[in-house]
Design a protein around this ligand. Sequence first.
Ligand code: CP
Ligand code: NVA
Length: 330
Amino acid sequence: MNLYGKDFLKLLDFTPEEILYLIDLSAEFKEKKKKGILHDELKGKNVALIFEKTSTRTRCAFEVAAHDLGMGTTYLNPTDSQIGKKESIADTVRVLAGMFDGIEYRGFEQEIVETMAKYSKVPVWNGLTNEFHPTQMLADALTIKEHFGKLKGIHLVYMGDARYNTGNSLMVMCAKLGMHFTAVSNKKYFPSQELIDTCKDIAKSTGAVIDFSEDPIEGTKGADVVYTDIWVSMGEPESEWEQRIKDLEPYRVTKKIMDNAGEGSVFMHCLPSFHDLNTGIGREVKEKYGLDEIEVTDEVFESDKSIVFEEAENRMHTIKAVMYATLKEN
Ligand code: CP
Ligand code: NVA
């Protein structure tokens, strides 16, 4: 498998074999890390980490993974750089590509990261856009594989806002890997028809099933994985909360939903999550709308079924695999 020099912008650009290769490579790196085996095979290289939106997991995962591989990192935060304001994306990326061996970008439209890749002579990695979150998908797939021992045939139900980065990407991941994806939500929040058609087309050759339900009980029956994300994403106006709560309250992940999914089911979430009142936004939503929990109850989040912290750790091992595969000459 040769991914040297390739960008990592969205899973749609990769074959199922390439995605599975990256998942296996992540597992190898995870084992090395746990055993304390040094793997600084990219010593002497440097990567730029551009974040136009905030981050805990993705930023830390890129930094730790790069350092483990022996690389240097430069973090550009949402306010310190000239990007977009004083210097175009195309100019910025040509400057950075002259100094760095790889560039991570987290920000707004997918088109921005695609433009970066077009102008960059070094690999560009998507650390989240409005439309896709592909590094999250590798971590999710590794976590599911570790838990169930397989990916093919696993039934993943996504509840909530399925038309944003995480929901879109999970549908693509399931289509590529022959999984069963069900979006369970108010139909206003289903992915775009264009992306659904693309995924259904991919599913024809992988054996995946892609379906939709507006009924939380019917839709989650027998699911292996129940997955959710926050209801209002980064970059969306705060004024969205009122309507989102009205539309998505029936799709909160509760104990009833997990019991309905069945005994062997697990709960996943890309995080951060509003499952209690220990966050600023959680408290604001409580004050304005009276909710103690938003997309998932604290009971489910803290239950034995919840594998969210294993999932979060896997962000680092999988991002390491992406950087290694695209920067290491075969
Ligand atoms: N899941 C995820 O991308 O987390 P951060 O926003 O903290 O990077
Ligand atoms: N949908 C969320 C994902 C965060 C990792 C957001 O874009 O804010």
